[in-house]
Design a binder for this molecule. Structure first.
Ligand code: PGA
Length: 246
């Protein structure tokens, strides 16, 4: 059976004091039946790792370079993250695709770099509102996932895929459980064509997941948990979402 996974994406939020409080609150609210992790900004990862030592909470980064090392000012490599015991790395978040012009191929290359260092890439896919309204949702998410499948080949079963409709991110407008399930079923079918292990893969939903809508989303057959932005910044809210995934 697939385990549920809930991942907090702090984005560019936090501070040393606030992070410590948030993590202490999560530790106190746990342990959770689902797997839980937080993805913090790079400068805080060392402290997050220390705070979570011996706890059943994982941690990860929000991006990594496709390169191994070298003259890439500002970039952080997967090997650097792995050195600190990092477990997950988000790649292809829509904010990076939109604001940093990341292509499908670059996202796939980042996922490959992560896997090479035994990190689990959380690959984000999702359509914009204009694409949904133009009836292009299926084509867009399939194209985004297809680049990753082609680049990783048989290793594709080691990634986590997060479906995050762009119009639902940070807007308070979440996809209905049925809308989300329809895309998740499509993605799993696409994965099934690529790997025998698609049934074991975790597919997360992200986009305005809150304590009061999490359970109905996570109850869907192909939704195995969530990637949580805003609601992951408050211990009580995030803990409630983690409990809804049990
Ligand atoms: P949100 O963000 O929960 O604030 O909508 C989700 C995400 O961007 O991963």
């Amino acid at each position: 059976m697939r385990r549920k996974l809930v991942v907090g994406n702090w984005k560019m939020n936090g501070g040393r004091v606030a992070n410590a409080e948030l993590l202490a609150g999560l530790v106190e609210a746990g342990p959770f039946d689902a797997d839980v992790a937080v993805c913090a900004p790079f400068p805080y990862l060392g402290e997050v790792a220390l705070s979570l030592q011996g706890q059943r909470l994982g941690w990860g980064a929000q991006d990594c370079s496709k390169h191994e090392s070298g003259a890439f000012t500002g970039e952080v490599s997967a090997s650097m993250l792995a050195e600190f015991g990092c477990r997950y790395v988000i790649v292809g978040h829509s904010e990076r695709r939109a604001l940093h012009a990341e292509s499908d191929q670059l996202v796939a290359d980042k996922a490959k770099a992560a896997l090479a260092h035994k990190l689990t890439p959380i690959v984000c896919v999702g359509e914009t509102l204009a694409e949904r309204e133009a009836g292009q949702t299926d084509a867009v998410v399939k194209r985004q996932l297809s680049a990753v499948i082609h680049t990783l080949a048989h290793c594709i079963s080691q990634v986590v895929v997060a479906y995050e409709p762009v119009w639902a991110i940070g807007t308070g407008r979440t996809a209905s459980p049925e809308q989300a399930q329809a895309v998740h079923a499509l993605l799993r079918a696409q994965l099934h064509a690529a790997t025998q292990k698609s049934d074991e893969m975790s597919l997360l939903y992200g986009g305005s997941v809150k304590a009061d809508n999490a359970a109905s989303l996570f109850a869907q057959a192909d939704i195995d948990g969530g990637l949580i932005g805003g609601a992951s910044l408050k211990a009580a809210d995030f803990a409630a979402i983690c409990k809804a995934a049990a």
